[in-house]
Design a binder for this molecule. Structure first.
Ligand code: SAH
Ligand code: DHB
Ligand code: MG
Length: 209
C-alpha cells in the first residue's frame, strides 16, 4: 500500500475490531482474500448513505467483509440481501454478520445468483455486483430490473487489473466486465462513471422517474 492510500485509509476508512477480525478469518479459513479494500468499503458505505438506501442487494458475499460496510450504512429497519453460492463462504459470511452485530438486517441467500436473481422483486435502493465476472451482463440486466428510480448500480472489478484496456485480452471474464461497463456507460437510464479505486468501482445512478 502506498503512502497516499495509507493516508486516506487512516483518516477515512478505519476498521473496527469486527472488520479486522473478518479479514483474519479469511486467512484462517483459507478463503480467497479478494474482499474490497477499507477505502472501497467506506466508499460503498458513503454512497448508500448519500441515497438514503434502505433495501440493498449484494451479489457475492464471500466472508461478509463488504457486506458489513454495506449493512452499517442502513437504517435500523434496513435490509441487505446478500447472495453467495459457495457454502463455506456463506457460513463465514453469516458468522461475520453475527459478530459485527448486523445479522438482524442481513438475509444471506445461498445459491447461484443466476437462479436466485429472477426470484427477487424490486425495489432495491442499491445493487452491488461482485461475484463471477463472465455473467456480468446478465447481472446488469437483473440489477436494472430490481433498482428503484434514484437507485445505485455498483460494480466491482471494473478494471480487472487493467485487463479491460488490453485489446489482446479476450478471456471470458474480461469480456464479461467489458460488457457490464459498456452497458452501464451507455444506458440512458443511468448516469455513471468508473471510480479507479482498488480494482475499479463502477457507480451508476438510475434516473428518477
Ligand atoms: N463482496 C465480497 C467479495 C466477493 S468475492 C467482499 O468484498 O467482501 C466473489 C464471491 O462471489 C465469492 O465468494 C464466490 O463464491 C461468489 N460467487 C461466484 N460466482 C457466484 C454465483 N454465480 N452466484 C453466487 N455467488 C457467486
Ligand atoms: C478477484 C475477484 C474479485 O471480485 C476481486 O474483487 C478481486 C479479485 C479474483 O477473482 O481474482
Ligand atoms: Mg470484487
Amino acid at each position: 500500500m502506498d503512502a497516499v492510500e495509507a493516508y486516506v485509509r487512516d483518516l477515512f476508512a478505519i476498521e473496527d475490531a469486527a472488520l479486522t477480525r473478518i479479514r483474519e478469518r479469511h486467512a484462517a479459513l483459507g478463503l480467497p482474500e479478494i474482499y474490497v479494500s477499507p477505502e472501497e468499503g467506506k466508499l460503498l458505505h458513503v454512497l448508500l448513505r448519500a441515497v438514503g438506501a434502505r433495501r440493498v442487494l449484494e451479489i457475492g458475499s464471500l466472508g461478509g467483509y463488504s457486506g458489513v460496510w454495506l449493512a452499517r450504512a442502513l437504517p435500523d429497519d434496513g435490509e441487505l440481501i446478500s447472495i453467495e453460492s459457495d457454502p463455506k463462504h456463506a457460513t463465514a459470511a453469516r458468522n461475520a454478520f453475527e459478530a459485527a452485530g448486523v445479522a438482524k438486517n442481513v438475509t444471506l441467500l445461498e445459491g447461484n445468483a443466476a437462479e436466485l436473481l429472477p426470484t427477487l422483486e424490486p425495489p432495491f435502493d442499491a445493487v452491488f455486483v461482485d461475484a463471477d465476472k463472465e455473467p456480468m451482463a446478465t447481472y446488469f440486466h437483473e440489477a436494472m430490473r430490481l433498482l428503484a428510480p434514484g437507485g445505485l448500480l455498483l460494480g466491482d472489478n471494473g478494471l480487472l487489473e487493467g485487463r479491460v484496456a488490453d485489446p489482446a485480452d479476450g478471456a471470458a471474464d474480461v469480456e464479461g466486465v467489458r460488457a457490464f461497463n459498456r452497458l452501464t456507460a451507455s444506458d440512458p437510464r443511468l448516469s455513471a462513471t468508473l471510480v479507479p479505486i482498488r480494482d475499479g468501482l463502477v457507480v451508476g445512478v438510475k434516473t428518477r422517474a
